[in-house]
Design a protein around this ligand. Structure first.
Ligand SMILES: [Zn+2]
Length: 147
């Protein structure tokens, strides 16, 4: 099964999935400067082709990592909404609080719908397209196969 690049006719082509997976390497280097300075660099490195061929990501309801940050984002939204509401409606009291909570609930519902729509309707199409995408390792051209 040999595909070739539509731009340069090169045979050195890879599917996005393979190019992405092959682009990771483990780094373990030691740097020494004189006797005093000694540093070790360890980690995983990703090459440019691998970054280019990364699969499409699903959206997260709260796009941060870690529970604490997610709670922080929610708290920030609550504070932001309550500031806006108290600016519009004036002083504190039961009415502004109700409006704040209702606005926040509306915001969360809106966000939930946007995330669900992306993950259930748009993401599968993007992922299917990604699975059919190939990259030429000679000229960098990306192209679709089997569509
Ligand atoms: Zn090419």
């Amino acid at each position: 099964m040999g595909y070739c690049c539509p731009r340069c006719n090169g045979q050195n082509v890879q599917s996005f999935a393979v190019a992405h997976a092959n682009g990771f390497s483990t780094v373990n280097t030691q740097t020494r400067a004189g006797l005093a300075f000694h540093a070790t660099t360890q980690g995983i490195q990703q090459n440019v082709v691998s970054q280019m061929t990364a699969p499409p990501l699903k959206m997260e309801f709260i796009p941060t990592q870690g529970l604490l940050r997610k709670v922080g984002v929610l708290l920030g939204c609550y504070i932001g909404v309550s500031v806006v509401v108290s600016q519009v409606l004036g002083a504190n009291g039961p009415v502004p609080q109700t409006v704040t909570l209702a606005s926040l609930a509306g915001l969360l519902v809106w966000r939930f719908r946007a995330v669900s729509q992306h993950n259930m309707q748009e993401w599968p199409l993007l992922y299917e397209r990604w699975q059919k995408s190939w990259v030429c390792l000679q000229c960098g051209e990306g192209f679709l196969v089997g569509v």
